[in-house]
Design a protein around this ligand. Structure first.
Ligand SMILES: NC(=O)c1ccc[n+]([C@@H]2O[C@H](COP(=O)([O-])OP(=O)(O)OC[C@H]3O[C@@H](n4cnc5c(N)ncnc54)[C@H](OP(=O)(O)O)[C@@H]3O)[C@@H](O)[C@H]2O)c1
Length: 309
């Protein structure tokens, strides 16, 4: 399928456009000439929607879980690509994404880009990280038959080089000047900024060439101790390195917290991400940045310099 050559005629549908990544994705799509974005929003009165309207985005009210098949068919009509930046549990990441993907396929879209934006969850064993398990479960069920022109794509870029994400992971407390880690601190970690991830995803959404199922892109690769040194050089401040324990102790701590608070995901989910990050099993495969030479992905040092971390 070729994109339309008429101005403003390539339509990309974005689910999760009010989210942090979704909003950046909309901006990245609109930076390409001739692109129209249809944002699927749960609550059109949400103040976050105002900014989208100002940018000339087409809005469609849509709850990804509750929507009927007719509503799904309606919101994806005419799309070149459908991109998801949804966040949620298995009812969103597996069930709702599968329904939306199938609607996109039936409507004749070229591809569906799933809400992955992760380290390589394909190579993680089941149970290491629940969020990865759901993304892999979606991917397996969504995989098109060989020879099918419709594509399902997972953008994988490692972890976001970002203070909020590192705070969530418990890896950086910038205020107190502490870097905390599990393992020996020398496992390579893949890093990319939110903005570059959005740029690569927009480029993939608009690509007229086939896009592989696993689109690996990256800003940088470095272990947490090198990150600590890089942060110190950029900020001119020293940080304390605090080793929290071995990878075995990390696994035990996750088990302990899950047993104590099984329903409180926030008690143990960050540690599951830490397990993916420090375990070394979820490193990205061959990176495909060169497909999109117009995107010069920031290194960790550049991301720190621009204030992301
Ligand atoms: N690799 C990393 O370091 C890293 C870090 C963070 C996130 N991520 C990934 O990036 C992706 C996006 O995350 P994010 O932080 O940008 O998410 P977010 O800010 O929480 O946004 C989630 C979006 O999903 C929408 N949504 C959720 N349930 C919905 C439903 N039933 N119907 C319609 N919309 C629904 C939300 O709509 P409302 O505004 O209406 O709630 C919002 O637009 C996720 O796959 C996440 O795992 C990766």
């Amino acid at each position: 399928m070729k994109r339309s050559s008429s101005p403003s005629d390539t339509l990309v549908v974005v689910a999760g456009a009010t989210g942090r990544l979704g909003r950046l994705l909309v901006d990245s799509l609109l930076a390409h000439p001739g692109v129209t974005v249809r944002a699927l929003v749960r609550d059109p009165d949400d103040p976050k929607v105002e900014g989208l309207v100002r940018e000339g985005v087409e809005l469609a009210g849509f709850d990804a879980v509750a929507a009927s098949d007719e509503a799904r068919a309606e919101v994806v009509r005419g799309a070149y690509s459908v991109v998801s930046a949804l966040q949620g549990g298995p009812e969103v990441i597996v069930d709702a994404q599968l329904s939306l993907m199938r609607a996109a396929k039936r409507a004749g879209a070229r591809r569906f880009i799933a809400s992955a934006y992760s380290f390589d969850f394909f190579s993680l064993p089941e149970g290491v990280n629940l969020n990865s398990d759901w993304r892999r479960a979606f991917a397996v069920q969504a995989r098109p038959e060989p020879g099918d022109a419709f594509e399902v794509v997972h953008v994988m870029q490692g972890i976001f080089a970002d203070a909020f994400v590192l705070g969530f992971l418990g890896a950086l407390d910038a205020e107190r000047g502490v870097v905390r880690y599990w393992g020996d601190g020398t496992t390579p970690i893949d890093w990319t900024t939110w903005e570059d991830t959005a740029r690569f995803t927009a480029a993939a959404a608009l690509d007229e060439r086939p896009v592989p199922e696993r689109l690996y892109v990256r800003g940088d690769r470095m272990d947490i101790l090198t990150f600590a040194r890089t942060w110190e050089q950029a900020h001119g401040r020293t940080v304390t390195r605090e080793r929290l324990g071995s990878l075995e102790e990390l696994a035990q701590e996750i088990e302990r917290r899950m047993a104590a608070e099984p329903r409180n995901m926030m008690a143990w989910l960050p540690l599951m991400y830490a397990r993916g990050m420090y375990g070394g099993k979820a490193l990205l495969g061959p990176v495909l940045n060169a497909r999109y030479p117009e995107i010069q992905a920031e290194t960790v040092a550049q991301a720190i310099a621009h204030g992301a971390v």
